[in-house]
Design a protein around this ligand. Structure first.
Ligand code: GLA
Length: 425
């Protein structure tokens, strides 16, 4: 059954990508280090009926996502393929610990679509696919918890999930499904938008919010309605994050298109309520390492959820180095919770600035073009006060220089130089 279903599930996911271009650029094998030279700063079950009394009014974030969620989700690497199974999920939890990713802040190990059987049981309960999860979902959640990590699951705010196979969705089953998730030990729910029967999005997502709250278990709630109903205008206090776009795919044009859709939404993000430009593709092989460093830098500057989308069992050292860069992760996880904004973007030479809790600014010099470019700004244009000198930390080169506040670099094609700038005292 599964092999028959595989292509259709993939086709469905590709169809939903229609807004995002899918041209794959050839690998360019660029060495970022070679060109990141700083100038001016030195080098550098009809269960609705079971609804209990209305839950208490929500506290935005409920403390669950004071900083953007970090973790793993299998979708970008496996889709519905057979290697999405218990063994994979447990291995990811092991690798989070062994490879230092847990220490770096990655916390949630999340299942995406295709974990269930297509039919509910006679009691209206969801049934885990016994081929993929022979010991059930709770056993996997227990394993993940045993590693000091948290566990997430997926369903859709519709009658069926997004895969063409059509796994059961949560619409009109919100309270019983949420109860099942809580009983399994789920800490995170991604709630998708397929097969929604035209029911108002705000209503659908609010009902599941209430159902999750009614379980009494803290469950981070990730709204996935692809930005169709402008969730940034209404979902604060409902979910801890909301997707702002259609699905990402593992190529430069897709990443760029999503970046450009998510950047203008900066004012809507903050602690407990994050714009979600979709999961990371770093390590999946469709972009160069230079491009993946840009992807990771830009998602961090945008205070995006950082959900690893690569099968870490197959990841090379470069992938671990990118995903494990604690200085870049600190940008994403900064407690002020600001999403970075665009200072300039002339001819594909982008300067993005993120205000940080300690008063410093993170400045991304991002080269969208296919040629090396000189990209620059100044500390004062980035919002810092006048100072005799500035400390400039290059977050990929791990080098600090002192300069006069001129921030400029030769940035390779598709590269990003990421600087954290602090006035010297
Ligand atoms: C939608 C979501 C994706 C993924 C798939 C699963 O396309 O946006 O992130 O969850 O469904 O079918």
């Amino acid at each position: 059954m599964r092999s028959m279903n595989r292509p259709s599930a993939r086709a469905a996911s590709i169809r939903r990508l229609s807004a995002a271009p899918v041209r794959r650029l050839s690998r360019q094998g660029l060495a970022l280090a070679a060109a990141a030279l700083l100038c001016g700063v030195g080098a550098a079950a009809p269960a609705l009926a079971q609804a209990p009394e209305a839950p208490a009014p929500p506290t935005p974030g409920d403390g669950l996502a004071a900083t953007p969620p970090m973790g793993f989700n299998n979708w970008n690497s496996t889709h519905c393929e057979a290697d999405f199974n218990e063994e994979m999920v447990k291995s990811i939890a092991d690798l989070f610990v062994e490879k230092g990713l847990k220490d770096a802040g990655y916390e949630y190990v999340n299942l995406d679509d295709c974990w269930a059987l297509p039919e509910r049981d006679a009691d209206g309960e969801l049934v885990p696919d016994p081929e993929r999860f022979p010991n059930g979902i709770k056993a996997v959640a227990d394993y993940v918890h045993g590693k000091g990590l948290k566990f997430g699951i997926y369903t859709s705010a519709g009658t069926k999930t997004c895969s063409d196979i059509g796994f059961p969705g949560g619409l009109d089953h919100e309270y019983s499904d949420a109860r099942q998730f809580a009983d399994w030990g789920v800490d995170y729910l991604k709630y998708d938008n397929c097969n929604n029967q035209g029911v108002d999005a705000r209503q659908r997502y609010t009902t599941m919010r209430d159902a999750l709250k009614a379980t009494g278990r803290p469950i981070l709630y990730s709204i996935c309605e692809w930005g169709e109903n402008k969730p940034w205008e209404w979902a604060e206090g409902i979910g801890e994050s909301w997707r702002t776009t259609g699905d990402i795919s593992d190529n430069w044009d897709s990443m760029l298109s999503i970046l450009k859709q998510n950047l203008p939404l900066a004012e809507h993000a903050g602690p407990g309520h994050w714009n979600d430009p979709d999961m990371l593709e770093v390590g999946n092989g469709g972009m160069t390492d230079t491009e993946y460093r840009s992807h990771f830098s830009l998602w961090s500057v945008m205070a995006a959820p950082l959900l690893i989308g690569a099968d870490l069992r197959e990841a090379g050292e470069e992938t671990y180095e990118i995903l494990g860069n604690k200085e870049v992760i600190a940008v994403d996880q900064d407690e002020l919770g600001r999403q970075g904004t665009v200072l300039s973007s002339e001819d594909g030479r982008w300067v993005l600035v993120k205000e940080m809790a300690d008063g410093s600014r993170t400045v991304a010099l991002f080269n969208e073009t296919g040629e090396e470019q000189q990209i620059g700004t100044t500390a004062q244009d980035a919002g810092l006060p006048e100072a005799a000198s500035y400390e400039v930390r290059d977050l990929w080169e791990h080098r600090t220089d002192t300069g006069d506040g001129t921030l400029s670099a030769t940035v390779p094609a598709h590269g990003t130089v990421l600087l954290r700038v602090t006035p010297s005292s």
